[in-house]
Design a protein around this ligand. Structure first.
Ligand SMILES: [Zn+2]
Length: 170
């Protein structure tokens, strides 16, 4: 599982690609805050000991996207665009987890819940491991290396999404 920083960057890239970058400074800040929060939110499942399960799935993405479109979360201007941006931002999370190094079983994410409870993982280790074992000596070196790798891979993708989807100043 990548770090919250990696997940935030990926969610921004997905949300911006889907809905475009909001024009006004205030709207843009709210859009960024919401998209980043959506990118990180699936890992709140750590708190209830159901890590990488239902929250890391297309089912969860659809539920949150439906709620966002209904409540008109300010990430896009129309309900379909809000739903699409939120769904893709949420899905970017299990996608990154499935592409990243996973060091604890069950490996991967329950990506196709509720249709399947199987855990999916590519085994590609595109992203390095993130350690939550803060009491170990190698905690900082492992995580600093992995976070640097996430930024190198994901920051250009987020920057490209921003560049191509930003609206011209009216
Ligand atoms: Zn996760």
């Amino acid at each position: 599982m990548p770090s919250p920083l990696g997940h935030g960057l990926a969610a921004l890239a997905a949300g911006w690609a889907a809905a475009g970058v909001h024009a006004g400074t205030h709207d843009r800040a709210r859009q960024v805050a919401i998209l980043v929060a959506i990118g990180i939110a699936p890992d709140l499942d750590l708190l209830i000991n159901r890590h990488s399960m239902e929250s890391h799935s297309i089912g969860a993405a659809a539920l949150v996207a439906g709620l966002a479109a209904w409540q008109r979360w300010p990430v896009a201007s129309s309900r379909p665009a809000i739903g699409l941006a939120v769904a893709l931002a949420w899905l970017s999370h299990p996608l990154l987890d499935a592409l990243g190094s996973d060091t604890s079983a069950p490996f991967g994410v329950m990506a196709f819940w509720p249709f399947s409870g199987a855990h999916v993982h590519t085994g590609w280790d595109v992203f390095g491991p993130i350690s939550r074992r803060y009491w170990l000596d190698n905690f900082w070196t492992i995580n600093a290396t992995s976070i640097a790798r996430e930024v190198v891979i994901l920051a250009p993708i987020a920057a490209a999404a921003w560049f191509f989807r930003r609206r011209p100043a009216a």
